[in-house]
Design a protein around this ligand. Structure first.
Ligand SMILES: Nc1nc2c(ncn2[C@@H]2O[C@H](COP(=O)(O)OP(=O)(O)OP(=O)(O)O)[C@@H](O)[C@H]2O)c(=O)[nH]1
Length: 389
């Protein structure tokens, strides 16, 4: 929780400056994306890390026995193999946003061991008074620092963790030797470390900005998709989404000879509700009807508000008899419901036309047409009724 809070404040300050609406963004989702970037950046370690270990181990044998150099190389290979396996498991398992913290810990431990192993080398392989050795150690330390700045920056926490052992070594190791040259090297290391941390954090901020924008775009796309397919008043499908679904169901039903039925539902004398109680009450009636229809059908059925006070309900795998039973159940429930809004209340009824897809109806339009005709007949016959044939 504490971690999330600090991350959240970091992100908030970032987005205040970039004018993004971060409050609506999923933080653990962003953290997960950061881990993906981090792991992707380290993918080439597969080749590079063993190669560097091999070269470093070979050079090491100039100053230490070949057995010690070989042992260092072996440990290096094992540690590299371990963290690459963690990365590969991370990629393979395609983790959820909620697992981001857990994976961050696992990666930090596996890769942190690798950084400690390399930083440790700079401690024990240091040869007092041997300038060539010191240049070699300095090359390793600076190389590690630059690589970490470039590759670990997607995750701020992992970047700082990876940097810590190298920075400590870089800034303190030269002080073990006496003289102006080594003191200057230590001072230079401090400056270089500050610069690298600054550059790494800058890269991190830019990547974070990119991830936030990506996340925001994803959410906007989802909202747009939702707006394009959902009726704003009732939350049911709109005509467009219904027609897409219905066309596919008609094809499926014709292909496999499965039954498919359609209910056309219309609120009776709805104009009177608006006229007598006002539009707000009219809207409430539409919402309640939509809710009852949705409650009375299966998850595999599709309810849609086609416009005004007219609804359609498509019932896949359902013949005319079962569709009639469903229609009657909906009609009765609505007739028994008292719709209230503020201090107003009203009883309402609906009329339903039921039709089943047969060889005579070749597409969804002809099925809609048939159900509509039966709905009209139900209205003509006095309303508050179900018409099937
Ligand atoms: N409150 C509200 N009214 C709507 C909405 N959409 C359409 N209407 C109104 O719904 C009414 C529909 O009236 P009509 O088509 O005459 O039908 P009706 O009064 O229900 O009569 P019958 O269908 O013959 O029983 C119109 O007055 C429209 O203005 C809406 O989203 N909200």
């Amino acid at each position: 929780m504490k971690q999330e809070a600090s991350h959240s404040s970091g992100l908030s300050s970032l987005t205040r400056s970039s004018s993004l609406n971060i409050e609506s963004l999923e933080l653990s989702e962003i953290r997960l994306q950061q881990l993906h970037l981090y792991v992707d950046n380290h993918q080439h370690d597969r080749l590079l890390a063993p190669m560097l270990s091999l070269i470093t181990g070979s050079v090491l044998s100039v100053w230490v026995s070949w057995q010690v150099a070989a042992l260092w190389m072996l440990i290096s290979f094992l540690i590299t193999r371990n963290y690459l396996r963690v990365y590969s498991n991370f990629k393979k398992s395609a983790p959820q946003a909620k697992d981001a913290y857990q994976w961050e810990r696992r990666i930090a431990m596996a890769h942190g061991l690798h950084m400690l192993h390399w930083a440790g080398l700079s401690m024990w392989a240091w040869q007092p008074g041997n300038f060539a050795n010191h240049i070699f150690i300095a090359m390793i330390v600076m190389g590690l620092m630059s690589a970490t700045t470039a590759m670990s920056s997607p995750s701020k926490r992992l970047f700082l963790l990876d940097m810590l052992p190298i920075i400590i070594i870089a800034c303190t190791r030269p002080l073990f030797e006496q003289g102006l040259l080594y003191n200057s090297m230590a001072a230079l290391s401090v400056c270089f470390s500050i610069l690298m941390i600054h550059v790494g954090l800058q890269i991190h901020q830019n990547l974070l900005k990119m991830l936030c924008l990506q996340q925001e775009r994803k959410q906007l796309m989802m909202e747009l998709e939702n707006m394009a397919t959902t009726d704003a008043l009732t939350g049911t499908s709109n005509r467009r989404a219904f027609m897409t679904f219905a066309r596919e169901e008609v094809i499926r039903s014709q292909r496999y000879q499965h039954p498919l039925s359609l209910l056309m539902i219309d609120i009776d004398h709805f104009k009177r509700v608006n006229d007598n109680f006002g539009h707000a009450m009219g809207d409430q009636v539409i919402r309640v009807v939509a809710e009852i229809i949705s409650e009375e059908c299966r998850h595999s059925d599709r309810v849609a508000r086609l416009g005004g006070e007219e609804f359609a309900l498509l019932l896949p795998e359902c013949g005319i008899c079962l569709a009639e039973v469903t229609a009657e159940r909906i009609r009765q429930r609505i007739a028994q419901t008292l719709v209230s809004h503020g201090d107003q209340a009203s009883n309402i009824t609906i009329s339903i036309g039921v039709a089943e897809l047969t060889a005579a109806q070749r597409d969804i339009d002809s099925l809609l047409d048939l159900a509509d005709k039966r709905l009209y007949r139900a209205k003509q016959a006095g309303r508050n009724r179900v018409e099937t044939a």
